[in-house]
Design a protein around this ligand. Structure first.
Ligand code: SF4
Length: 241
């Protein structure tokens, strides 16, 4: 069921918003102006002031594991498995004690589960050996863990530690390119573009607003432009409004 309430335009637009929109320069092509970016994120914030990720977790460690399991899998699929796994293994020590074979049984509904099980056990061992069993608050240390790449590190830094990182997954990559907000040929290019263009006041939640926008409104096959909050600002030539 699409979460229209999260991403659809509020029914009564406040006057202030209309004024802001009028002030925003709108070339409707080329790079977004700062006023347009502020306008877009103000609308996202108004519609959903405290956006949350959809991967269920109990602490930074289970968040790290959930994100590592979510590569090429849906959050819903990961949550189904981790709802049984995390009550028995919510620390690196318990995960290592559980062992790779039993871990595989818990996550066998998730794609690439054999490799992921191996990585989760290995990263748990490394957390115990090098970080006193804690999740490190450092990109370098996170990316040094088995199965942890830049996107996973960005998600953990953002959600667990409140860092203003923007993790670019398939949704953000599509939204960044389609809207013209941050075009790029690779996720890293889009991430750097968003990092440049998103004002500091919106950075903490930008990842969640854009992921929800891509997941429920600017969907891959048939974007819902008619209910899109930023349809007047979007640069996509094929938008349907
Ligand atoms: S107008 Fe359409 S293509 Fe543009 S951001 Fe909105 S949903 Fe996506």
């Amino acid at each position: 069921m699409a979460k229209k309430a999260i991403t659809s335009r509020p029914k009564s637009a406040p006057k202030a918003r209309a004024v802001r929109a009028a002030k925003a320069a709108r070339p409707h092509s080329g790079p977004w102006t700062r006023a347009e970016v502020v306008e877009a994120f103000t609308r996202f914030r108004d519609a959903n002031p405290e956006p949350k990720g959809e991967l269920e977790h109990l602490n930074p460690y289970t968040l790290l594991v959930a994100v590592a399991l979510s590569a090429q899998a849906t959050d819903v699929g990961v949550n189904k498995a981790t709802r049984h796994l995390f009550p028995v293994a919510d620390t690196p020590q318990k995960m290592v004690a559980l062992g790779e074979d039993r871990l595989r049984d818990y996550i066998r509904t998730i794609g690439l589960y054999r490799t992921k099980a191996k990585n989760v056990i290995a990263l748990s061992e490394q957390l115990i050996a090098h970080h006193h069993g804690e999740v490190p608050r450092s990109r370098e240390a996170l990316e040094a863990l088995p199965g942890v790449g830049r996107k996973t590190a960005n998600v953990v830094l953002n959600i667990a530690f409140g860092e203003p990182t923007i993790a670019v997954d398939t949704h953000l990559f599509r939204v960044g390119n389609r809207t013209g907000l941050a075009p790029g040929k690779t996720p890293l290019e889009v991430e750097r573009g968003l990092d440049r263009i998103v004002p500091a006041e919106f950075k903490r939640h930008a990842h969640h607003w854009l992921i929800l926008h891509g997941r429920y409104t600017c969907i891959a096959r048939k974007p819902r432009c008619e209910v899109c909050l930023i349809n007047d600002l979007c640069r996509w030539p094929e938008k349907t409004v």
